[in-house]
Design a binder for this molecule. Structure first.
Ligand SMILES: *Cc1c(COP(=O)(O)O)cnc(C)c1O
Length: 394
């Protein structure tokens, strides 16, 4: 027998393992020092009270014969899909409930969506990139091409000239660069996709962090229904990283190669996925209630204030960065021409602060660094004070 030898083409990603190794070494050599981690890409605030209450009720319902639920619908319960559809309506985007597929998260959907596309398609990703888009397509044996995110375009790559692609992954607001596409920029991507007969796979996992006048959904932009699929998640929006719930939107009229993609994805999910649990779907629906929105916005505002604290320190230090405004991430240029790992060590040793070296996200990340606002307020303030003291001396 043979394994899928595309796995041999995966480049080992040592990023987070190496970050943990260097951090732990430092801590064991300096047990008296308080190390603050601004590298985490995971939320830290608890679930909103209305969500917890709905999940408890969901568990109770499973415990009684009259309200017990077995297998859920593959695409998610109607009440949750309708709540998501209404949520889109709240920011002016029309997406019907039967265009929404509830899932266990955006990461799985971003990877699994490849099941409905042939393996001889060329995949375009922006560099730096969320590694899932690259690795899941290497596993499938697809060719990958890159569009450069650099200082020139504010770390928001635009369609490359003379490069063709069939599948295009975009993430806005972006992880790791924090940049968010404007209407005009997304129009340019849609035009490029339509010219190439391509599909845009749009990851909107951070849409809830948007504060400026940029699209919350690619479906806010003309033409997207002819070329785009959108992924979103309650992970960063409502603290569901451990609870697991996301959703994917596929317009009913979206077709390629004589096939309807909404129907193909339904077929795929019905074959390989058995849905999201009842208590989690009850909790997810509570996120979209009026009270739920109020409560999750308090948590998002907390992270946004952390992001503002970090960004304003970068402003004071005169350090170039993107993000922080529509995103929990601050993507900064390492000072004095240091490379990403040099800066990592410098910051760890002299400020006892941990961040994420940019080169772990792609070659354009070399010389850049990611800080996150998902930490505790007090720690964020302390870390920023230490960074300011260290770097203003230089
Ligand atoms: C965190 C994150 C997600 C969310 O993934 P889940 O599987 O829903 O937790 C999706 N895309 C990006 C870019 C992310 O950073």
């Amino acid at each position: 027998m043979k394994i899928n030898n595309n796995y041999d083409n995966l480049v080992p990603n040592y990023l987070f393992a190496e970050v943990a190794k260097r951090t732990n070494e430092f801590i064991s050599k300096n047990p008296e020092k308080k190390v603050i981690k601004l590298g985490i890409g995971d939320v830290t605030l608890p679930l909103a009270p209305v969500v917890v209450e709905a999940m408890k009720q969901g568990a109770e319902e499973l415990g009684s014969k009259e309200t017990f639920k077995g297998y859920p619908d593959y695409e998610g319960y109607e009440f949750l899909r309708q709540a998501i559809s209404d949520y889109y309506k709240s920011f002016g985007v029309t997406v019907a409930a039967d265009e929404i597929f509830v899932s266990d998260g955006a990461k799985s959907d971003c990877g699994n969506i490849g099941d409905i596309f042939g393996t001889d398609n060329t995949v375009l990703v922006t560099d730096p990139v969320y590694p899932v888009y690259v690795d899941s397509n290497i596993m499938a044996g697809r060719e990958i091409v890159y569009a450069d995110s650099t200082e020139k375009n504010g770390f928001a790559a635009m369609p490359p000239k003379d490069t063709e692609a069939d599948i295009i992954y975009l993430c806005s607001p972006n992880n790791p660069t924090g940049s968010a596409y404007t209407y005009n920029e997304l129009e340019a991507w849609i035009e490029y996709a339509l010219e190439n007969d391509a599909i845009i796979l749009y990851d909107a996992a951070y849409e809830a962090f948007i504060t400026e006048e940029v699209p919350r959904s690619i479906f806010a932009v003309e033409g997207a229904r002819k070329c785009a699929i959108e992924f979103c998640s309650l992970s960063k929006t409502a603290g569901f990283t451990g609870t697991r719930c996301g959703y994917t939107v596929i317009p009913k009229e979206l077709e390629r190669d004589g096939h309807n993609l909404n129907k193909l994805w339904y077929r795929r999910q019905a074959t390989k996925f058995n849905g999201v649990s009842w208590p989690v779907q009850r909790g997810a629906a509570a996120v979209f209630s009026e009270e739920g929105q109020k409560q999750i916005k308090e948590n998002i505002a907390y992270y946004q204030e952390n992001a503002r604290i970090i960004s304003s320190a970068m402003d004071e230090l005169g350090i170039y960065y993107t993000g922080g405004k529509n995103s929990p991430y601050i993507w900064l240029k390492c000072p004095d021409g240091m490379d990403s790992w040099e800066f990592f060590d410098y910051l760890l040793e002299n400020a006892n602060v941990v961040g994420t070296p940019g080169e772990g996200f792609g070659s354009n990340g070399a010389g850049y660094f990611r800080l996150t606002s998902f930490g505790d307020r007090g720690n964020t303030i302390e870390a920023v004070e230490r960074i300011k003291k260290l770097l203003s001396k230089k």
